[in-house]
Design a protein around this ligand. Sequence first.
Ligand code: SIN
Length: 302
Amino acid sequence: MLAKEKMKLEVRPTGAALGADIVGVDLASFGDDEFALIRQALLDHLVLRIRGCNALDDVAFTRFAARFGEIKPSPDFTRSRPVYLTDAPLVTVISNVTENGKPIGEHGDGELNWHTDLGFTDYPSALTMLLAREVPPRGGNTSFANMYRALETLPEATRTRIARLKLKHQASHNAQGGKRPGYRDIETDDVREMPGPVHPIVRVHPDTRRAALYLGRRFGAYIPGLPLARSEALVDELWTHAALPENTWTQEWQVGDLIVWDNRCTMHRRDAFTGQGRRRMHRLTTKGERPMGAVADPVEYG
Ligand code: SIN
């Protein structure tokens, strides 16, 4: 009997500002050489899509994700509904589906505004992976922004202005403005007083060493040291620029699509799909590092 010919792995860029399809790989069994190509494609294209992963079970999905680094789900204080799978306990569920009167996952069916995962913690997620188990017939698309490109195409005066600035990524509210479970007691609506870590606005990617614009969530974002009105005007300028269509690419989901994205150089958002049917995504995230700035912090004397 003839041995089945092995398909060759190919990287096919979307042609937009970011994203590429990986074809010709079986994620349940692939070698180190193929993984090296996938990892390099992620560094080059920032978001990868692997279609047809319907038969990949959650244990094999976890094994694939762990090739990239230590898997670390979001801490429970940040999560509206921590749901873990019993057979693959690091996988969490994003879904609008309710079973026996209980939601089976997080985030419902509404729009999710532009954000990057766990930017509001000291160690934001490095990578996020979603495996589509059920998708609605319409809506629920996920868009991504290339934050290297967003930085490179800013007016030079803005780039100079933000080179040493930092952004407070407030932790108490989610991207839609609702309070996070761990911060129900927070009363303030003054962004200068909301708790959260301060990260450089221009972040250097630890592997590519390229500089990217690093924005978390627009709601509650504040540039420490600036008067509120100037901070608001500058963060508005940065968000509007990053989300320009020429910086983005949109994923239209099919069942079995596996998407991997790098939070250190992308942002993402999701369209609402209210009343459009069931959507169920299985999600894994890898541990990240403290964001590093492009220029050294000024030395403080005395
Ligand atoms: C997310 O923002 O983590 C979820 C994106 C999605 O549901 O497509």
